[in-house]
Write a protein that binds this ligand. Structure first.
Ligand code: BG6
Length: 488
């Protein structure tokens, strides 16, 4: 097995799914705080008060009506409010990660913890202090923080009043926020990611049903402003500390043609361009791919792109390509017999693969395929910053949790990374998703668990929040100890 000796083994969470403390110490709300819990069959909802004062809700990817205001309503459970209370348990959680031998821990900074509305001129001191304490705690245990600057959580005020990323002004507010992050945490954090799963904005369109050309226009514009914000963040991060390594973060799904019909082969190529390369090319190469014009034309998209934006994109290319990987998807031009979803994407069912209880395909070979494809395209270091299995866990009477299904998921994925390294891929790190159980982003559930560390908390928010070790905890510890050679 071929993992380099300084390979960055670890785990990942996001602020809004781990920290909780949504209104503590001056934090302002984010969109996740007005998003209810759901299940595998029922959506999460965003709640609001309409212009006549009536409460209402729309599905997670829908739009609230004209004139409505986002609102926390009685009678709904908002799982991200308390999440698993990482805010107050971080010392204990970091100690458990250190016990597993983590070299790296990925989390995000909650923008609204530092800038409650996003508009303040100075950051919230208590917010800064929390992250400084967290990063110091990690360093004390020999764990490098890997920090995402935006993980689906713009301050709600910006969403409500400025229209989020549809508004160019959001770029400057983001610049203020990231400048604070790079300045305040200089020396503590060296590895940064700008936008989590930035390409989801395109994939979300597939979840909307029948998106209009206006929806495409808005999404591509939103992405362009995020690209500029990301490129500016890279430049600022490098200027403040030249040792900073800054990456993009793409929702990595391996797309396959469902048949060998040449039309499916072409459709698959176009799926890679739209879903994967569109963002990677801008962030790694500093310019839009040639196919971008076709994508825009298909939906009459006309973007606000200035000369200065293009110069920024060129100057702000990333140092590494990082991505999440859970599954592959099938593309076809033929009638789809059975549709499947998973990680904010939709495709056709693949009869060669097994599916999880949440309908996500398990495909370790797809990870090797993705790694080799992407490295060949960009030739910069890669990190897999999310990978894992969301599953039900059972706590035995003695408190033990036998999650061999999780180990069975990880083993071939780690083997796939090893194969890719053998084939020349410069893979430098791996952080499994939800190394400690957190609130699911897609369904808002707790019972969709990914962790090596179990958290006693249910879907309704009942539980002691006590942490305990699953069987996979001891297994992953051995994997790290042996630098990926001990997988049994
Ligand atoms: C990724 C996100 O989409 O997948 C995470 O970056 C998310 O925030 C993870 O939690 C797993 O998805 P889910 O819906 O199972 O939580």
């Amino acid at each position: 097995m071929s993992f380099p000796k300084d390979f960055l083994w670890g785990g990942a969470v996001a602020a809004n799914q781990w920290e909780g403390a949504w209104d503590v110490d001056g934090r302002g709300p984010a969109k996740t705080d007005v998003t209810t819990g759901g299940t595998v069959n029922t959506p999460r909802y965003i709640t609001y008060i309409d212009k006549d004062g009536n409460p209402g809700k729309v599905m997670q990817f829908g739009k609230i009506p004209e004139g409505a205001k986002f609102a926390v309503l009685e009678d709904y459970h908002y799982p991200n409010h308390n999440a698993v209370d990482g805010y107050h348990h971080y010392k204990e959680d970091v100690a458990l990660m250190a016990e597993m031998g983590f070299k790296q821990f990925r989390t995000s900074i909650s923008w609204s913890r530092l800038y409650p509305t996003g508009l303040e001129k100075e950051p919230n001191k208590e917010g800064v202090e929390f992250y400084r304490n967290l990063f110091t705690e990690l360093k004390t245990h020999g764990i490098e923080p890997l920090v995402t600057l935006w993980h689906f959580d713009t301050p709600l005020y910006i969403e409500q009043n400025l229209g989020d990323w549809k508004n160019r002004d959001t770029i400057e507010l983001f610049v203020r926020y990231v400048t604070t992050c790079f300045t305040e945490f200089k020396g503590l954090v060296h590895n940064w990611l700008t936008f989590n799963e930035i390409n989801n904005t395109i994939q979300f369109l597939d979840m909307m049903g029948n998106p209009s050309d206006k929806d495409f226009q808005d999404s591509y514009q939103h992405l362009h402003y995020q690209f500029v914000a990301s490129a500016k963040a890279v430049q600022i991060g490098h200027a403040i500390d030249p040792t900073n390594r800054i990456g993009c973060m793409i929702c990595g799904i391996t797309w396959y043609p469902a048949t060998c019909d040449p039309n499916d082969i072409l459709a698959n190529r176009h799926a890679w361009e739209r879903n994967i390369f569109y963002c990677g090319d801008v962030q790694c190469k500093g310019e839009y791919g040639t196919y971008a014009k076709r994508l825009w034309k298909e939906h009459n998209v006309n973007l606000d792109i200035t000369e200065e934006d293009l110069a920024d994109l060129k100057r702000g290319t990333v140092d590494m390509y990082t991505f999440s990987y859970y599954m592959s998807q099938l593309v076809t031009t033929h009638e789809v017999k059975e549709k499947v979803g998973g990680n904010f994407s939709a495709g056709a069912k693949n009869e060669y693969l097994q599916y999880s209880d949440w309908g996500w395909a398990t495909d370790a070979t797809g990870l090797q395929y993705y790694l080799e494809t992407i490295y060949d395209r960009y030739q910069i270091p890669l990190m897999v910053v999310e990978n894992g299995l969301g599953a039900f866990d059972t706590v035995e009477a003695d408190g033990s949790i036998h999650d061999d299904y999780r180990i069975d998921y990880y083993r071939p994925h780690i083997q796939a990374m090893s194969n890719a390294i053998d084939n020349g891929v410069d893979l430098i790190g791996y952080t499994t998703w939800g190394c400690i159980d957190v609130v699911s982003a897609g369904t808002g559930e707790m019972r969709k668990r990914y962790g090596f560390i179990y958290v006693d908390m249910d879907d309704e928010g009942n539980g002691t929040m006590a942490r305990s070790r699953k069987d996979s905890f001891f297994w992953y510890k051995k994997v790290i100890e042996s630098n990926g050679t001990h997988l049994d």
